[in-house]
Design a protein around this ligand. Structure first.
Ligand SMILES: NC(=O)c1ccc[n+]([C@@H]2O[C@H](COP(=O)([O-])OP(=O)(O)OC[C@H]3O[C@@H](n4cnc5c(N)ncnc54)[C@H](OP(=O)(O)O)[C@@H]3O)[C@@H](O)[C@H]2O)c1
Length: 330
């Protein structure tokens, strides 16, 4: 085991966030009962906000960001994990309040970990990451609300993003007819390859809705929020369900009670950060069976630590398609 390893470290200088790739040692790492060799991490919207300083994500300075990681156990005092076990970690404020995945080694709390499910490697896990895990939670939420493929089409907003693209692929695999909403005019081929049957533009879905619009959707996965979420709710079928997980277009929600009280529409929030461990395990297991490996190949691009500042800027500008996998050994 080498003495030092590489990590991306965020510091604050004159109120600005500065990111630097540094050499650290095990003694620099936080307390925890498991030491990991991080193989892959990923770049999420939240990581973009943390690295660029555009959002108030970082709650401890200096911080190693990266809300996701996957790797193998190097040392453990936890009865639940042994040396060599492959694990995945998303959420729990890692990469915000606690040191995260942009480091070749990290020390963490064992209760944050999920064993990597059989049939998935660490690179695939990070092609999925928080974004794909959240997409799976959204699909499970729709299923629990009774939205089955025979009920009608499901709309996915922010469809070329991390959450959106994986939601499209999972829903298609499960037999739903999927409509994708995207602001990227050149993304039609990408979205159709993932399984979208119909593509709508961001502009048309961003028009403020009337309290009730024509009923188009049995269900929805919304990553955008604001007026687009209001429109999706106003267009949802009687008894339909909207799973809302994101705010890429804004955190407000200019809607009325009409879809809820006249159409029995339900709006279900989806949180991945504090999701209980049992549901996490279920979702990761479902991702092995319900997300086609071929879709992961189309969705993922690989980056190294040095490329992250530039990619962070891009993801906060909505300019990334699919998922960015961070290879800690690249
Ligand atoms: N609740 C949770 O636990 C949880 C977990 C993960 C993510 N999230 C949230 O979910 C959202 C999506 O995350 P992500 O990782 O998929 O991010 P992402 O990869 O950046 O994707 C977001 C997508 O939204 C669309 N978009 C961007 N700016 C927009 C705007 N101003 N108006 C309308 N659409 C816009 C773009 O897709 P098109 O160009 O195709 O329209 C973009 O690719 C974020 O708000 C994130 O914070 C929440």
């Amino acid at each position: 085991m080498t003495d030092t390893f590489k990590a991306l470290v965020l510091t604050q200088e004159d109120g600005k966030t500065v990111s630097t790739v540094k050499q650290l040692g095990n003694d620099d790492l936080p307390d925890g009962d498991v030491l990991l060799a991080v193989e892959y991490s990923s770049l999420n919207y939240k990581d973009g906000l943390a690295i660029t300083g555009k959002g108030k994500i970082v709650r401890q300075w200096p911080l190693v960001p990266g809300i996701d990681l996957a790797g193998s156990v190097l040392e453990s005092t936890s009865p639940d994990y042994a040396v060599g076990d492959k694990v995945v970690l998303t959420g729990w404020s890692v990469g915000e309040k606690y040191w995260g995945g942009y480091s070749q080694r990290q020390r963490v709390q064992s209760q944050w970990l999920v064993p990597l499910p059989a049939g998935m490697d660490t690179r695939q896990a990070m092609a999925i990451g928080t974004a794909g895990f959240t997409a799976m939670l959204c699909v499970m939420t729709l299923e629990e609300a009774g939205v089955t493929p025979d009920k009608g089409p499901v709309v996915v907003t922010g469809a070329t993003g991390g959450v959106g693209s994986i939601a499209v692929a999972i829903l298609h695999k499960l037999g739903y007819r999927v409509t994708a909403v995207s602001g990227k005019p050149d993304a039609e081929g990408f979205l159709r390859d993932l399984g979208a049957s119909e593509i709508l533009t961001r502009d048309e879905m961003s028009k403020p809705p009337r309290p009730l619009e024509g009923q188009r959707w049995a269900g929805a996965v919304d990553t955008v929020g604001s007026t687009m979420l209001a429109r999706v709710i106003a267009e949802t079928h009687y008894n339909g369900c909207v799973a809302a997980c994101g705010l890429a277009g804004g955190f407000d929600l200019p809607t009325t009670v009409m879809p809820f009280i006249l159409r029995n529409v339900s709006l279900r929030g989806v949180d991945s950060v504090s999701c209980p461990v049992e549901r996490r395990k279920q979702a990761w297991q479902r991702l092995v069976s319900d997300l086609p490996a071929q879709a992961l190949g189309e969705i993922g691009q690989v980056a190294n630590l040095e490329q992250l500042p530039e990619l962070a800027e891009k993801i906060t500008n909505g300019a990334i398609r699919g998922r960015v996998i961070v290879d800690l050994n690249a």
